[in-house]
Ligand binder design. Sequence first.
Ligand SMILES: [Zn+2]
Length: 425
Amino acid sequence: MTSKPSIGVEGAVALIDANRLEQFIERIAEITEAGPGVTRLAYSPLERRAHDVFRNRMCELGLTVTVDAAGNSIAELPGVAEGSSDAVGTGSHLDSVPSGGRFDGIAGVAAAVEVARSVVESGLPHRRPWRFVAFAAEEGARFGQACNGSRAASGVATSAGIAGLYDNGGITMAEAMASVGLRPDRIDTAAWASEDWHGFIELHVEQGNVLETSRTPIGIVDVISGSSRVMVELVGTASHTGATPMHLRRDALVAAAECVLLCEQIAQNSQHRGTRITVGKLDVEPSSITTIPGRVIFSVDVRDIDGDRQRTTARDLLSRFQVIAKERDVDIDIQIIGDTSPAILPTRLVDLIAAQARAHGVPYRIMPSGASHDTQQISKVTSAGMIFVPSQGGLSHVPDEWTSYQELALGTQVLLRALYALDLA
Ligand SMILES: [Zn+2]
C-alpha cells in the first residue's frame, strides 16, 4: 500500500481528465502509415510502437508491464488484500483497419491508462490486482480473423490454428508476428487462467448511432454478435468482350453479382433484424474494359446475435452460391476464414455497470453490439462486460470516426466506478 492519503473512489473519479484522454489518443494517432485517417495494422511494426507508448506510460505510473507471446501488453497494479490474486481488468486494442479512425480500440486503452493514473495518483486502495490490457491484432482486416490477441488470451488460438491465416501480400500471420519479435510458436502460453481473474470490463466506442440518436451517453452491452467469414473464388473464362457472343460466356463477375444480391436478399428476408450479411471486398480479374471477367474473389461476412442462425445462414448461402455457379457454368471454391460465436455477457456485470451509472445520474441503455470485440473472447475466461460511448454520426472504420472527449471522460468515470464495485464484489 502507498503512504498517500486515500480520498476514496470519488477522489479517483475526480481525477479523470478529458484532456489527458485526448493527449493519449492524439499521441497514438500519430503512429500511422501515410494516407487518410489512421492505418496501424495488426502485427505491424506500427502496432508495436503503439504498444510501446502504452507500456512506457504504465511504467511511468509504476506498474509492472509484460508482453505475452501473442503481443498483448498487460500492466498490473497489485491489490492490498492478502491472497487475492484474481484480478479486475480493463482494456481494448491499439491496431486499426486501413484508413480507419483514431477511437476504435484506442478509446478503451486511453480509458485504461486514465483509470490507472487516477487510481495511482489518488492512492485509491483496492483489494484485488488491477490489470490494464492493450490487446494485439483485434482487427480482422489484415488476416481475416479478428481478435487475435484476445483469442490467444482466451486459449482459443493455437499455432496450428493460425497457420492458415495470411494477408493480401501472402505474409502469414505467424511470419508477421515473428517479424515484430513475437512468438507464434508459443501462442498457447498467452492463455489466461480463469482463477487469475475476477472480471473484465472493456470501454469501446459504439461504432453505430443508437446512443447519439437517443441522446444517451452510455451503452451497456448485453450480447455481442458473432461472425462467420468466407472467401469465395469464382473462375470462368476471360476473353474478348466484342468477339464472344453472350450465350457463350462464362462471366465470373455476373455470377458474383448474383451472389452479392442473394446475400442482401437473405439478410433482408430474415425474420430477425439480428442477421447482417456483407460483401465488403471483391476483386475482379483481369479488370479490363475489353475483357470478360475470368476470375472474381469476394468476401462474405455473416453476423448475428444468434449463433445457430448465423451458421445456418452461412451454410444456406454457400449452398446457394454453388447452385448459382453451376447454372452459370463457373467454377467455385469457398474458404472459411473466420468463425466466431456470439457472446452473451453475464447479467451480473450488466447490472453492476448499470447500478453505477444509475447511482451517479448517468443515463444509459442496455444494447447489443453488432461489432466483434475482445470482450467476446475474454468472456470465455472470466465475467466480462462492456461500456459503449457515443460515436458521432455513428461512423467507424473511417477517418471521420469521432467521439467527444467529454463523453469519453464520462464513460471512463463509469468504467472506474464499475471496476471499483467489481473489486469489492
Ligand atoms: Zn475495436
